[in-house]
Design a protein. Structure first.
Length: 122
């Protein structure tokens, strides 16, 4: 029985060694796959970040252009409104000059006098 027991132990040891060798091989393969997948994942993360930044840059650029167009349009509208107000004021002044020339002359003299006093330095 000792021989048989010794043979059984050596067979068991051989099986364990074979299993360990197989396990080591599988672990090496798994390690290589993990490294490859980690490398691929880092590339995917890099691509995701690059795409996100490009998208953000495009959105900011478009937003800035839209804001510039809006400001330009509003400034143009304000200018047009100012021209219209000025034109209407001139028409009213001209109309008053034609219908009430003496009143207009008195108002102009009074405004000139007040501006003269305001601009005077002692």
């Amino acid at each position: 029985m000792t021989r048989r027991h010794a043979r059984s132990n050596s067979d068991d040891i051989a099986v364990v060694e074979e299993l360990m060798h197989d396990l080591e091989t599988r672990l090496r393969r798994l390690n290589i796959k993990a490294k490859n997948e980690a490398s691929g994942a880092s590339n995917e993360i890099s691509e995701f970040v690059t795409d996100a930044l490009a998208n953000l840059t495009t959105r900011l650029r478009n937003g800035t252009q839209n804001a510039a167009h809006t400001i330009t349009d509003e400034a143009t509208q304000v200018g047009a409104d100012a021209i219209e107000v000025g034109t209407n004021a001139m028409k009213k002044v001209w109309n008053e000059m034609e219908h009430r020339p003496l009143t207009t002359l008195a108002v102009a003299a009074g405004v000139g006098y007040l501006l003269g006093l305001a601009g005077r330095r002692d």
